[in-house]
Every structure is written in C-alpha cells, then in structure tokens.
Design a protein around this ligand. Structure first.
Ligand code: C2E
Ligand code: MG
Ligand code: MG
Ligand code: MG
Length: 274
C-alpha cells in the first residue's frame, strides 16, 4: 500500500536521525564536564518545626553549546545507560561538597546518587576522598538514593549503607512511593529520611491520599525518620503538608533550584563567639 511505503520512507530516516542525534548527545556529554558546561543548582528545604532552611539539594544542569539549558531528565537516563554517570556523579559530589563548605554550619547538603554509582565498588573510597579533600563534615552530608538501589536488596547494599552511616553520612530515600512495595524498605534498610514524591504531595487534598500519607508519616516518625514533602508548589500544598505531619518541605513555594540560593549565601550568626 502507498501508506505503508510512505511509512517506511518517513520513519527509517527519522529513526536513523534520532539515533545519530542520540550518539551526538552522548559524545557531547562525555566532554561536557571538562568543557565546563555542567553546573549545579541548589534547592533549599525547610525544617517545618523550626521554620528555617535546614539545607539544600544539589541538582545538575547542562548548558549545551547549541541546545541550550538541558534538564537532568533529558540526559541522566542516557548517562546511566552509557556509564557516563560515574564520572559525572563523581564530579557532582565533589563540586557540591566544595560549594556547601561555604554554607552556614547548621545546614545539610543533599546529593543524588544514581544506582550505578552506588553499586560501583569504588564508591565508598570516592566519598571518603571527596570529604577529605573538601574538609566537609560527613555529618552534614545526605545521600539521596532511590528504590532502584534498594530493590537489589542484597547483603552488599545493606553493608554499604551501614558503612556510609558509620561515617556519619545520612541516607534519604528519594521519590518514595513511586516504586513497588515501598513500605517494605521502611523496615528493612537503614535510612534517616524519606522524601515523599510530589505526586502524593500534590494529591493531599484528596482525603484518601491524606489518610495514607499520615499513616506513612507516623510510621516513619515513630522510628525517628524525617519525612520531606517534595513538590510543594503552592501555599495550599504547604498548609496540607503541615497538617499531614511532614517534618520538612521542599518545592517552588519555599524556593526554586538556584545557582546561589539567597538563604545559603550568607553565613548564619554563630551560636557562640569563638
Ligand atoms: P529529584 O532528586 O527527585 O529532584 C527533585 C526534582 O523536582 C528536581 O528536578 C526539582 O527541580 C524538581 N522540583 C523541585 N521543586 C518542585 C516543585 O515545587 N514542583 C515541581 N513540579 N518540581 C519541583 P530536576 O532538577 O529536573 O531533577 C530531576 C531528577 O534528576 C532528580 O529528581 C534526580 O533524580 C535527577 N538528578 C538531578 N541531579 C542529579 C545528580 O547530580 N545526580 C543524579 N544521579 N541524579 C540527578
Ligand atoms: Mg533528589
Ligand atoms: Mg525526589
Ligand atoms: Mg522526584
């Protein structure tokens, strides 16, 4: 049929062009860090009990020479598939630690760690040397991992989490609730915080969702685990987040990711003169 021929004629070059486009982007990404095209922005999060910014999360951005500003979702999956996430993740951790060394001592730095990076055998050594080289205290570093890491629920994963925790590093479970049997991880694996995904947070006006979330929060808080609401975009969200019992909130309502978040640029007054 003519339609079938048309399809072939149109689709084949498009797919070829698409895959060429993809390999170009891969090549570009391989050089992006050394060309200085990658940078980090920092999004603050608020301690709801204290009413203060208690830290910020580092989020990667790519200023591509011809494509403009690229968000992580347009290149992190590719970086994970090609293994480029390993050098990229190493760069992000070091860069964020260096920057956060200038923040008030009361604040925490959160860094996203991809599953591949976490599972790589040299990961602990990488974290140790980044902390040693920057002098940043381990107690102020929080690593955000996703369920994908925890689903490989093997002795190595647990041992690595314990090794990080022994150093004083805190562990956050990111995008909590988006995967399968998320609740099981609350009991099984050591961590200090869950970050409840924005899809739940933005559905808190729904009584059934609110009830479920309140149950998760009381379960977590009973174990001393902090619970952050992600994606708090509007004041209405914040009111619902407070009512549900979250300990922390993050989202555009409290501050968008920025190269220099104003809340972190000036040191807080010292508790005691020294
Ligand atoms: P994530 O760790 O869950 O980060 C939260 C994402 O939500 C960020 O998107 C942030 O900009 C966005 N966000 C913050 N507040 C709001 C809000 O109020 N409403 C909405 N709709 N969104 C909000 P971003 O920066 O595009 O990052 C996307 C994901 O890319 C991150 O999700 C994280 O999984 C990954 N990522 C970012 N930087 C890194 C990195 O350095 N290493 C690794 N492995 N992954 C990274
Ligand atoms: Mg995160
Ligand atoms: Mg998240
Ligand atoms: Mg998320």
């Amino acid at each position: 049929k003519a339609g079938g021929l048309d399809r072939c004629a149109v689709h084949e070059p498009t797919e070829a062009a698409l895959s060429l486009d993809k390999s170009r982007l891969e090549l570009d990404l391989a050089h992006a860090a050394q060309r200085g095209e990658l940078y980090l922005v920092y999004q603050p999060y608020v301690d709801l009990a204290e009413g203060v910014v208690s830290g910020a999360e580092a989020l990667i951005r790519w200023r591509h020479p011809t494509r403009g500003e690229l968000q992580p979702l347009s290149f992190i999956p590719m970086a994970e598939a090609t293994g480029l996430i390993l050098p990229l993740g190493r760069w992000a951790l070091r860069t964020a630690l260096r920057r956060a060394s200038e923040w008030p001592a009361s604040t925490t730095l959160s860094v996203n760690i991809s599953p591949l990076q976490f599972q790589q055998s040299g990961f602990l050594a990488e974290v140790d040397s980044a902390l040693a080289d920057t002098g940043f205290p381990a107690e102020r570093l929080e690593l955000e991992i996703t369920e994908t890491v925890l689903m490989r629920d093997n002795p190595e994963t647990t041992a690595q989490l314990h090794a990080l925790i022994t150093r004083g590093i805190r562990i956050a479970l990111d995008d909590f609730g988006t995967g399968y049997s998320a609740l099981a991880y609350l009991a099984r694996l050591p961590h200090h915080r869950i970050k409840l995904d924005k899809t739940f947070v933005q559905d808190l006006a729904n009584p059934a969702t609110a009830e479920l979330i309140r149950a998760i929060i009381s379960l977590a808080r009973a174990q001393g685990i902090a619970v952050t609401a992600e994606g708090v975009e509007r004041d209405e969200h914040l009111a619902l987040v407070r009512r549900a019992g979250f300990t922390h909130a993050q989202g555009y309502a409290m501050g968008a990711p920025a190269a220099d978040p104003p809340e972190l640029s000036t040191p807080a007054p010292r508790a005691s003169a020294s």
